[in-house]
Design a protein around this ligand. Structure first.
Ligand SMILES: Cc1cc2nc3c(=O)[nH]c(=O)nc-3n(C[C@H](O)[C@H](O)[C@H](O)COP(=O)(O)OP(=O)(O)OC[C@H]3O[C@@H](n4cnc5c(N)ncnc54)[C@H](O)[C@@H]3O)c2cc1C
Length: 492
């Protein structure tokens, strides 16, 4: 039995800690905040439950596996319920598209927008299934530690034209601009610009289609609580409200973890789920290695940030589905402003979360919980004074929702608050306030991403959005599998 520390209890850190503890290693999970979850934090306000981040749960099998490792069942801790439609996509011209895995219904929805695209969609689905097999099933849980591993993947990357963007591939199959948006926007869920993200990420379409879209009863944080409970039942130690201030290196290895509470622990191996820049620059900042890697990371492209306005309202809206995208008048131009120009657009594409349509218990009787999310440039591109402008920006988002979807909304709001790029920076130590860590472009993927084991410090590991395969729940849970495999082999 070895002693292992995991820094940070996001989805990735929790999944890794469960895997290590299930394998019999004495694992200590240290989390800076008062609750586990990271991006998947949650708040209770005036009787409303607000999930902070992820709401679309895909590939539930990757989560069930965490319980099965120790002969347990996820259902003992968490209830997942299916969501249908997966999303409703709506455009300013009043058209909408309900997206689900009910094949005849999906074909009818496509035909509603452009009958000629039904056949093209079927070919796109074949393409998506192919990249899903190669990119997710075969390579999504395998660490890329050397260039040779990248070369091995090269033939598949070439076969699926991985240098092209998701939008470009989708456009080669479907002609209607709204359908092009409908089948390419998914990269935004992992921080990628559909116009720039490698077409390999078209696999998300197949992932959703095969595994479905799910929601945890009580909210995504119920899933986090379930994972934390499992970890502790297995004998793992969870230290909450303690920020790691240093990962101590002696010679070629790391030996200790120190926190702001004055606690120090000795370990045989350490894995960090904290932001990768924070890990190298701050936690290993007194080492040559930490400084060198941090300098390299400064030259990388990080995903944009997000602005989220949470609101609890009187009344129920059974006609508004659980997940909705309100596309704005621009797509490519809007993305360019956010990703490249560092401009805060005055128009927006919004994601609207309406959990109480699935689980009314997340709000007081007769009330509803919502959040609306807008992608915004990160602080490196646009160092805006969010403190001063956030209230106004939230108002413009609520005005847009009131105008397009919920007449009389403003009079019904019982409670509201917002989360800005500065909050990502302060609460989560997120470099430039990025919501998803490194941007998932081909030149920052697989071997080009932060390695799951440090190249020089043999017992230092990484897990989470900044590592392979990347952001999103299935991504970071997959990174935990890749990292655990390495650690268990190294520590055997
Ligand atoms: C608003 C939003 C919506 C999203 N929606 C979806 C979705 O619907 N579906 C989906 O699959 N994905 C979604 N994502 C992406 C997904 O949530 C993230 O990619 C994923 O949760 C990141 O997990 P992680 O393991 O990298 O850790 P993080 O969640 O980043 O957690 C890292 C943890 O490390 C802790 N930490 C940092 N520094 C220290 C330190 N020094 N000491 C101790 N602890 C430290 C932090 O407090 C944090 O708890 C969304 C993200 C956001 C922000």
């Amino acid at each position: 039995m070895k002693r292992i520390a995991v820094v940070g209890a996001g989805f990735g850190g929790l999944a890794l800690a469960i895997r290590l503890q299930s394998a019999g290693h004495a694992t200590t999970l240290v989390e800076a905040r008062d609750k586990p979850g990271g991006r998947a934090y949650a708040w209770e306000r005036d009787g409303f439950t607000f999930d902070a981040g992820p709401t679309v749960i895909t590939d539930p099998a990757c989560l069930r596996e965490l319980w099965a490792l120790s002969g347990n069942r996820m259902e003992e801790d968490v209830e997942l319920v299916p969501v249908s439609p997966f999303y409703r996509l709506s455009w300013p011209d009043g058209t909408f598209f309900d997206y689900s895995n009910d094949e005849p219904q999906l074909r009818a929805e496509i035909a509603k927008l452009n009958p000629d695209d039904v056949a093209g969609y079927a070919r796109f689905l074949d393409y998506s299934a192919g990249v899903y097999r190669e990119g997710y099933e075969k390579l999504g849980h395998v660490a890329f530690l050397d260039f040779a591993s990248m070369l091995k993947a090269a033939p598949s990357l070439a076969r699926y034209q991985a240098w092209r963007s998701v939008y470009s591939i989708v456009s080669s199959y479907v002609k209607d601009e709204r359908l092009r948006q409908a089948f390419s926007f998914h990269t935004l869920l992992v921080g990628g610009n559909p116009m720039k993200t490698s077409s390999i990420y078209a696999l998300i379409h197949k992932l959703e289609k095969s595994g479905g879209v799910w929601f945890a009863k009580g909210g995504t944080h119920a899933l986090i609580r379930g994972m934390a409970a499992l970890f502790q039942r297995l004998g793992g130690t969870l230290r909450l409200g303690e920020k790691v201030t240093q990962i101590v290196k002696r010679g070629d290895v790391v030996t200790e973890v120190a926190t702001d509470a004055g606690w120090r622990g000795e370990f045989d191996a350490v894995a960090s789920n904290a932001d990768i820049m924070h890990s190298y620059r701050d936690l290993l900042g007194d080492t040559k290695r930490g400084k060198a890697v941090a300098r390299g990371l400064e030259r990388k492209r990080f995903s944009p940030s997000l602005f989220v306005v949470h609101f609890g309202v009187r009344g129920t809206w059974p006609g508004i589905p659980h997940h909705m995208i309100l596309f704005g008048p621009r797509y490519e131009g809007l993305l360019k402003d956010i990703y490249t120009n560092g401009v805060l657009p005055s128009d927006f594409s919004l994601y609207l979360h309406h959990p109480t349509v699935t689980d009314p218990a997340m709000a007081p009787e007769g009330c509803s919980t919502f959040y609306a999310l807008a992608p915004v440039p990160h602080l490196g591109k646009a160092p805006l004074d969010w403190e001063a402008m956030a209230e106004r920006y939230a108002d413009t988002i609520l005005d847009e929702i009131e105008r397009r979807l919920m007449p009389g909304l403003r009079e019904r709001i019982v409670t509201r608050f917002h989360y800005t790029p500065r909050d990502f920076e302060q609460d989560l130590q997120a470099w430039q306030g990025s919501a998803f860590s490194l941007e998932p472009v081909l030149t920052q993927s697989a071997w080009f991403r932060t390695h799951n084991r440090d190249d020089k410090i043999g017992n230092l590991y990484f897990v989470g959005a900044g590592t392979h395969p990347g952001a999103g729940i299935p991504g970071v849970v997959g990174s935990a599998k890749a990292t655990a495999r390495l650690m268990l082999a190294d520590l055997a």
